[in-house]
Design a protein around this ligand. Structure first.
Ligand SMILES: Nc1nc2c(ncn2[C@@H]2O[C@H](COP(=O)(O)OP(=O)(O)O)[C@@H](O)[C@H]2O)c(=O)[nH]1
Ligand SMILES: [Mg+2]
Length: 284
């Protein structure tokens, strides 16, 4: 057995609450499109031990960026190039430097106080910690009848087609080890389907997934960007494509723009891995 010597060996650990102390670094990625009025609340819920907050601005026309910098001078701002929540998250994931990445919304619906639950699951063996409003202990103040129904239908589809036992498919509060990101191959999924893609791909590539009960609050100010019918159809389309592609991974289309986008994404990813290696971070 290796020697663990006193103070130095313990110095790397930091307490995250609930009797848990961790070594890995944690980045929180927050996509935000015109969320200026919600940021004070959202940031106030993020625990102090989080190493990095990455805010991905979606071409906001309010002062989301200035407000984020005012509230949290250390915030890393990423300006997404394309459109959509998926595009924003992909950009944020690439910019994030943490060993663990937590994704949460900027509208006040997800509570940073739950981050320790997600991180604790990851540091005790899970590869992917998936928030669920419908697991025992979870809940939602925000979900409408149509959303609930759509989510139930899509969750059932995924559970039958991919052998999962998810209680909540379309929910944006998740966390995972950054080293698993490339396996999920997210590059083409720019819209609200991103969460479903991650949940399905995580299962498909054999990650160990733990559902984390989570409470979804009402959006504080502003309006949702999601359109139940349009985005529900997009999600359904992905599920069917992915299932038809068997053990492979589906793509929206095989056109040259999609291929170019994937290649560009791969190059950026490789560059960031090289950077991480240079910085002496463990990269599998
Ligand atoms: N950067 C960025 N963020 C987005 C975009 N669309 C949605 N978001 C953010 O994603 C989160 C969830 O979006 P929201 O509109 O609340 O959808 P809902 O929670 O499904 O109703 C919020 O923090 C939004 O600001 C986008 O196109 N770009
Ligand atoms: Mg919301």
């Amino acid at each position: 057995m290796g020697e663990v010597s006193g103070q130095n060996a313990l110095a790397a650990y930091r307490a995250i609450g609930g009797g848990v102390a961790i070594v890995p670094s944690v980045s929180v990625v927050v996509p935000a499109k015109n969320e200026s009025r919600n940021l004070a609340h959202v940031f106030s819920t993020i625990p102090e031990w989080v190493d990095e907050v990455v805010l991905v601005d979606g071409h906001s026309t309010d002062d989301t960026v200035a407000e984020a910098q005012r509230l949290l001078p250390s915030v890393k701002i990423v300006h997404q190039q394309g459109k959509g929540k998926g595009d924003a998250l992909i950009a944020g994931f690439e910019a994030a430097k943490g060993d663990i990445i937590v994704m949460m919304d900027a509208d006040g619906s997800t509570d940073g106080a739950e981050i320790p639950r997600f991180v604790a699951a990851l540091t005790t063996g899970a590869d992917f910690a998936k928030g669920s409003r419908f697991a025992s202990g979870g809940g939602s103040d925000d979900i409408t009848f149509n959303r609930h129904l759509g989510n139930r239908i899509l969750s059932t589809m995924v559970n039958i087609l991919f052998g999962t036992r998810y209680t909540d498919l379309c929910y944006g509060y998740n966390a995972f080890w950054a080293k698993h990101l490339a396996k999920m191959d997210l590059a083409e999924f720019t819209g609200f389907e991103i969460e479903t893609v991650m949940n399905v791909r995580a299962a498909k590539v054999g990650l160990s997934i733990q559902e984390i009960p989570s409470h979804e609050y009402n959006r504080l100010h502003g309006m949702s960007n999601l359109n139940v019918l349009r985005d529900g159809i997009r999600i359904g389309k992905f599920i069917v494509h992915e299932w038809l592609s068997g053990s492979g991974q589906a793509h929206w289309n095989s056109g040259s723009s999609a291929t170019a986008r994937r290649q560009e994404h791969q190059a950026r990813l490789e560059a960031s891995l090289v950077a991480a290696k240079t910085a002496d971070v463990e990269v599998p």
